[in-house]
Design a protein around this ligand. Structure first.
Ligand SMILES: Cc1cc2nc3c(=O)[nH]c(=O)nc-3n(C[C@H](O)[C@H](O)[C@H](O)COP(=O)(O)O)c2cc1C
Length: 243
């Protein structure tokens, strides 16, 4: 559109100049009609530029700015307060293949708890997890109650928590030895501790009691085995039963 307007204006100028040139081609000073034509061209050009539609994306942005008023100080402060409010509950878990992790995340969602995953210093490979192999790492570890696999990230500070959920998969009817490493490294004084596990089918058995005795502190509840696909409402029901 701009190009068409400019072409037309250029043509008007050419005609004006030609007309003036034929009247007096020897004169170098612009005649009045020439000046008028140039001035009209400039005016039309300015009008044409003014009429150009603005960049639509800019228009949208400015509309957005208008429709999204700035937050009030009170709103910003309320958000900051809710983000900084610490939970008194934490879910700590180890999961080799992701099943316990899923359940732990749902417990944290239902309770509004913080959540912390224990990562082994030496990750478990598929071969390590092969319980059919008498010589696999897990078979060797679970055959020796004194083994304490190192934790890569045990930076968790339990001091601000009054309730601690501790989750793990059942290995050979017990908690993996890495859970013993964890509970022996922390004090659970004054805390309620709730063990939970996932498994192929085995119940939680004595695994929670074994961890309680290794920890030597805390008020340990029986806890329980939770199905891999347990819903949040069933988790809430399980929690209610323990109260
Ligand atoms: C080494 C090993 C031993 C296991 N022993 C048992 C067991 O004794 N009873 C059982 O029901 N499931 C057993 N399982 C299955 C796990 O408990 C089950 O798959 C669990 O949900 C895995 O959790 P994760 O994905 O969080 O690691 C065993 C798995 C492994 C790798």
């Amino acid at each position: 559109m701009k190009r068409i307007v400019l072409s037309m204006l250029a043509a008007v100028c050419m005609l004006a100049f030609t007309a003036c040139g034929s009247a007096d081609s020897s004169s170098s000073a612009p005649k009045e009609s020439q000046t008028e034509a140039v001035s009209q061209t400039e005016t039309a050009l300015q009008q044409s530029q003014a009429e150009q539609p603005s960049d639509p994306s800019e228009a949208e942005v400015s509309e957005d700015k208008q429709s999204a008023p700035d937050k009030t100080e009170e709103q910003s402060q309320a958000e900051a307060d809710s983000e900084s409010k610490a939970s008194d509950t934490i879910v700590i878990y180890f999961s080799a293949t992701g099943t316990t992790k899923g359940v732990a995340e749902r417990i944290a969602a239902v309770t509004g708890a913080d959540i912390f995953e224990l990562i082994p210093a030496e990750p478990y490979s598929d071969a390590d997890l092969d319980w059919h192999d008498d010589k696999s790492r897990t078979t060797i570890e679970m055959n020796d109650p004194a083994v304490r696999p190192a934790i890569a990230n045990d930076t968790v500070d339990l001091s601000g928590y009054t309730t601690v959920y501790i989750g793990y998969p059942i290995w050979w009817g017990d908690a993996p030895r890495i859970m013993s490493t964890f509970v022996e490294a922390h004090s659970f004084d004054g805390k309620t501790v709730i063990p939970f596990c996932t498994s192929g089918s085995s119940p939680i058995g004595r695994s929670g009691e074994n961890l309680a005795s290794q920890a030597g502190s805390g008020s340990w509840l029986a806890g329980g085995r939770l199905d891999a696909g347990i819903s949040e409402s069933d988790i809430q029901a399980w929690i209610n039963e323990m109260k």
